[in-house]
Design a binder for this molecule. Structure first.
Ligand SMILES: *[C@@H]1O[C@H](CO)[C@@H](O)[C@H](O)[C@H]1NC(C)=O
Ligand SMILES: *[C@@H]1O[C@H](CO)[C@@H](O)[C@H](O)[C@H]1NC(C)=O
Length: 376
């Protein structure tokens, strides 16, 4: 490891002297033949890299060999495009201030983020893959840097698939019951606070009395516009009146108590604690919490049954979400494929879903991992 770091340093110095165009740097490296071939098979990405300024994460041939053996199909053009875009960061990394012990979240061309950390002199890049990739050498080019990495970065799956993989069964059931599953899966640039099953079990007596519109209000209180990382929260120490997609006065209070991040809605006696931070889902970030956040229903936009039934009947645009929910499945892979650019700011107002889907209060082990969008 020390020797590797030494060589990485030596190569960095050497190549700083001999910076060159990006294509020359990549084709000049003996371990990047597969990457070159994949980029060559994608004219749009080839074009984008032409005048590219920023950071390219470049998996070695061995790294591609491993994901291909695990099921990644290099002939599936859409998958290849998404994976390649996930390796392109249109900004320079590391920045001058990045040092041992630091964490940085980098937005990729694909839209989702990767997480960079440094331990000693070794930089690791986290994605939806089970373990992070390690930067084995860095090759500056004229307008940026190529970091050669020992594993392929895997773009995250949509929130419904991530929640399914994480066994957040009660949350999925609530999303389905409220007709919000496909709407939420299509959101971009948001932060999802995802309660564990035990959290829903703890409020079962209250949850059973909620109307579908009140349930929607509760769920939308768990969606914060913008990407809020644990590092942002730790740096801020406390954030008041955090806006949510529940709208209006339905805000959250976030405080840092020692090592814990605590979040509460207007009606929480006890704040929710973040138990698993910074899980990637497509175009968003997820923090798993141990308590369901509760809004003040007096302030809730759709609290009155009269107002809400009027709102539902006046919302034909939401019928897609409603019928997805009516199918009784939280399978949103269809929704993910049709994700447009406009979903992020729309206020989801889907019609009522079948009464049969209750809030399932199963106690399940908390197994949270970021599911991959690709079948690996
Ligand atoms: C993401 O959302 C935040 C908060 O609404 C906003 O300030 C930011 O501009 C958005 N970023 C993008 C890329 O849309
Ligand atoms: C989800 O939908 C996809 C595509 O329609 C299908 O291949 C897959 O089997 C479905 N998964 C579940 C769990 O229903």
């Amino acid at each position: 490891m020390q020797l590797k770091a030494f060589f990485a340093g030596a190569l960095l110095l050497l190549s700083q002297v001999h910076a060159a165009p990006l294509t020359a740097v990549v084709s000049g490296d003996a371990d990047l033949k597969t990457l070159l071939a994949l980029v060559a098979s994608q004219p749009a990405i080839m074009g984008a890299l032409g005048g590219f300024k920023g950071t390219l994460f470049a998996p070695t041939d061995k790294a591609f060999e491993a994901v291909i053996a695990a099921g990644f199909d290099p002939k599936k053009a859409d998958d290849v495009a998404r994976v390649l875009q996930y390796h392109v960061v249109p900004s320079l990394f590391p920045t001058a201030s990045f040092k041992a012990g630091d964490t940085a979240f980098l937005t990729t061309l694909e839209g989702s983020e990767v997480k960079a950390t440094q331990e000693g002199t070794v930089i690791s890049i986290g994605s939806a893959a089970a373990s992070p990739a390690t930067v084995v050498r860095s090759l500056p080019f004229d307008d940026g840097v190529v970091h050669v990495i020992d594993a392929v970065l895997i773009p995250p799956a949509n929130i419904v698939d991530v929640a399914t993989a994480g066994k957040l069964t009660a949350l999925l059931a609530a999303l389905t019951k409220s007709g919000l599953a496909s709407t939420v899966a299509g959101l971009k640039n948001v932060t999802i606070l995802a309660p564990v099953d035990d959290a829903f079990a703890a409020i079962k007596s209250v949850a059973d009395t909620l109307t579908v519109d009140q349930l929607k209000q509760v769920l939308l209180l768990h969606v914060v516009p913008g990407i809020v990382h644990s590092t942002d929260i730790l740096a801020a120490k406390s954030i008041d009146a955090v806006p949510t997609l529940a709208g209006g006065k339905n805000t959250l209070k976030i405080v840092v108590d020692g090592e814990n991040v605590l979040i509460s809605g207007a009606k929480n006696d006890k704040p929710a604690k973040v138990v698993a931070p910074d899980i990637f889902a497509a175009n968003m970030i997820v923090h798993v919490i141990d308590t369901v956040l509760l809004p003040d229903f007096a302030d809730a936009v759709a609290a009155s049954p009269a107002a809400s039934s009027a709102a539902s009947s006046a919302a034909p645009a939401a019928s897609g979400a409603a019928s997805a929910a009516a199918s009784g499945s939280a399978n949103a892979s269809g929704a993910a494929k049709t994700t447009g650019g406009a979903a992020a700011t729309s206020s989801p107002t889907a019609a009522a879903s079948p009464k049969s889907a209750g809030i399932v209060a199963e106690v399940s082990a908390l197994i949270v991992f970021a599911a991959s969008a690709l079948v690996l």
